[in-house]
Design a protein around this ligand. Structure first.
Ligand code: NAD
Length: 350
């Protein structure tokens, strides 16, 4: 398959690009290279003849048409987005433009390409989204997000992603575009941009800085190793039913405090310091509208497509900590980027 991956220089998109190329797919990576991008994430495939890169902004419809015409993809995996909840609270405009208008442009460019080729049934537009569109869950562990959970987004980020999900479904119902959708829980792993919770905790711990936790650290998130998410996404684009959406999660619920304590324990073992790292934990003022709990019921993707995560959260967190210990050359320059340094004092869980 020739797959056009948008956002392939970001955290999850780059994992998709690396995995897709390793499985023999041709990949065109379309990315605007915003502050959140890093082409080093795809350095391992950049010389591979299966791989091509196109720098373009999904807000620019003309650029998208040229890329579709030049590469004639069989499938699109649409991951490009503004992804940081805290940034969406500080400045929602970019989220509306990229996540909503950008997705609209992608749908129209894909539709035009698909119609010009005679509307092949095998074409796929895979929209990659988040469980945050479903809002916040009560503490009861029996209650989880399913594909039928009503949408109830509560941050500018999740509202913009919800809007994009609705556009994608509408393009299927109205124009027949063969779409698939997926909504995933929180990802973690190598190449996670150093303003997100897990890298912030690891890097602040190593620097002897406070490990910031919102509120009392009771917010619960469901964590999935990024390479397992990439595998699930390829499963959905290859075998998902047209018009269907799939919830993806690792069934690894942890409160933020539990998560940070686990990271501290791993760091104590892998890079012992004078005092246990947990002594650096510092509670900070809560984020406005902070959702209490997210948890995914992944029964559909497990039962219909046979997908399961391959690593436990303990193993995935250990691999992640070791990766940051081994890859200072990757994360150090990114900390100097616009706005990132200031954000190391705060943290979010997505
Ligand atoms: P990221 O911020 O690491 O990467 C986003 C990429 O999109 C970057 O490379 C950036 O340059 C690119 N991009 C941004 N605006 C663009 C534009 N206008 N035109 C072209 N490229 C643009 O994000 P991520 O964490 O890898 O998330 C990828 C996708 O997965 C997003 O759609 C996000 O909503 C979704 N998602 C993320 C998580 C998570 O835990 N990170 C969980 C579920 C779903």
């Amino acid at each position: 398959m020739k797959i056009l991956v948008t956002g392939g220089a970001g955290f999850i998109g780059s994992a998709v690009v690396r995995l897709a190329v390793s499985r023999g797919h041709k990949v065109v990576n379309l990315d605007a290279l915003t502050y959140a991008a890093c082409l080093d994430n795809v350095a391992s495939v950049s010389d591979n003849p299966l791989y091509a890169f196109e720098q373009a902004d999904i807000r620019d419809r003309g650029a998208l048409d040229l890329i579709f015409a030049a590469h004639a993809p069989d499938a699109v995996m649409h991951l490009a987005a503004e992804s940081h909840v805290d940034r969406s609270i500080d400045g929602p405009g970019d989220f509306v433009e990229t996540n909503i208008t950008g997705t609209y442009n992608m749908l129209e460019a894909a539709r035009s390409h698909w119609e010009s080729r005679g509307r092949p049934e095998s074409f796929r537009f895979h929209h990659v989204s988040t469980d945050e569109v479903f809002g916040s869950l009560p503490a009861d562990p029996a209650v989880k997000f399913t594909e039928d959970t009503p949408y109830d987004p509560r941050s500018p980020y999740s509202a913009s992603k919800a809007a994009s999900d609705h556009l994608v479904r509408a393009w299927h119902e109205t124009y027949g575009l063969p779409v698939v959708l997926s909504n995933c829980s929180n990802n973690y792993g190598p190449y996670h941009f150093p303003e997100k919770l897990i890298p912030v905790v690891i890097l602040n711990a190593l620097a002897g800085k406070p490990l910031p936790i919102y509120g009392r650290g009771e917010n619960v998130r469901d964590w999935l190793y990024v390479e397992d998410h990439a595998d699930a996404l390829l499963t959905v684009v290859e075998r998902g039913a047209v018009g269907r959406s799939y919830n993806i999660g690792g069934e690894n619920e942890r409160s933020n405090l539990e998560l940070v304590r686990t990271l501290c324990t791993i760091l104590d073992e892998l890079r012992p310091a004078a005092a246990p790292y947990a002594e650096q934990i510092a509670f900070v003022a809560d984020r406005p509208g902070h959702d209490a709990r997210y948890a995914i019921d992944p029964s559909r993707i497990r039962e219909e497509l046979g997908w399961r995560p391959s690593v436990t959260v303990e193993e995935g967190l250990r691999r992640t900590v070791q990766w940051y210990l081994d890859n200072e050359d990757w994360w150090r320059p990114l900390q100097a980027r616009e706005g990132v340094g200031q954000r190391l004092g705060t943290a979010r869980a997505a």
